[in-house]
Write a protein that binds this ligand. Structure first.
Ligand code: SAM
Length: 291
């Protein structure tokens, strides 16, 4: 192991904490127009993509985040046709969205074309089915500009962004969430990548505070993702109505069956409902979030 290159995640350096990977082989490393991108092969996690020192996706545990960021809002909504993904350039979320036959159009707005191009080469398991699907539309643009200007309306908005640093910082602002509300169809639902509360409590409190000021229903749900280190990952929840979050598990199960009961490795109707039962320290953080 000694002679191996080790690549650290530097996201939590301010906390004096680092997760570090022993690298089998660096497959791709690039300073893009927007951020530093490195993709490497790792013995346990397979391919690992990092942007600006933060782990984005690994082959081994991607299913947890991608399934929970997709099937929860779409099956809670119940008749989602128009879906918008902000960020998500690796297409892992898009691949899950397109498993839903009710979805008639999926628009992905990614700021960094390099991420999409290189994912076509290195994550064909995501990009292959996605770019072959006529319902998919890939837009290269700043998500803030897109939601501020589009005249389209979306049933479900999924913000699969980087952390609030660099190009991703604007995606955690009230201005951005207000623009998302503007292009949300009646009864719409928005979910957001909202960090790891044990290490990033302020990120969640700030977003939920914005949601509380703008939407009828505001909160978050959680899942444990091994390489989003630090325990529970929070996924922000903002909806035009309180009904989607209150959908009974039997209804979620019936909608899943009607959607063809496609294969999942983490999401189940029971896990869907349980994900909103927050541990006390997270529930208290969410409750404390001021509009
Ligand atoms: N799941 C990962 C996570 O939780 O950290 C995120 C994966 S995805 C690769 C994040 C994407 O958001 C990146 O490709 C990045 O380029 C994109 N992004 C960052 N800021 C953006 C912006 N302002 N508009 C659109 N896309 C943005």
């Amino acid at each position: 192991m000694a002679d191996k290159r080790w690549i650290p995640e530097t996201l939590f350096d301010a906390l004096g904490f680092r997760m570090t990977f022993a690298v089998e082989k660096v497959l791709y490393e690039l300073e893009t127009e927007h951020q530093h991108l490195v993709l490497f092969e790792q013995k346990h996690f397979g391919k690992v993509l990092m942007l600006d020192g933060a782990t984005q996706v690994t082959t081994r545990d991607e299913f947890i985040y991608h399934e929970m960021m997709t099937h929860v809002p779409i099956l809670a909504h119940g008749s989602a046709r128009e879906v918008l993904v902000i960020g998500g350039g690796d297409c892992g979320i898009a691949e899950e969205v397109l498993k839903h036959k009710t979805v008639t159009r999926l628009t992905q707005v990614e700021i960094d074309e390099s991420v999409v191009d290189f994912s076509k080469e290195h994550f064909p398991e995501f990009t292959g089915p996605v770019f072959a699907d006529p319902r998919f539309e890939s837009v290269i643009a700043d998500g803030m500009k897109y939601v501020a200007e589009t005249d389209r309306r979306f049933d479900v908005i999924i913000v699969d962004s980087t952390d609030p640093q660099g190009p991703g910082a604007v995606l955690f602002t009230r201005e951005f969430y207000a623009a998302c509300k503007r292009c949300m169809a009646k009864g719409g639902v928005m979910v957001t990548q909202n960090g790891v509360p044990f290490f990033q409590p302020d990120e969640l409190i700030s977003s939920v505070g914005h949601f509380r000021a703008l939407f009828a229903d505001a909160g978050c749900y959680v899942a444990a993702i091994p390489t989003y280190v630090g325990g529970h990952m929070a996924m922000g929840w903002a909806a035009d109505d309180t009904a989607p979050r209150a959908t009974p598990v039997e209804t979620i199960a019936a909608r899943y069956a009607a959607a063809g009961a496609f294969a999942t490795k983490y999401w189940t109707p029971e896990v869907h409902k349980a994900a909103f039962a927050l541990p006390r320290f997270i529930a208290e953080a969410v409750a404390a979030a001021k509009a």
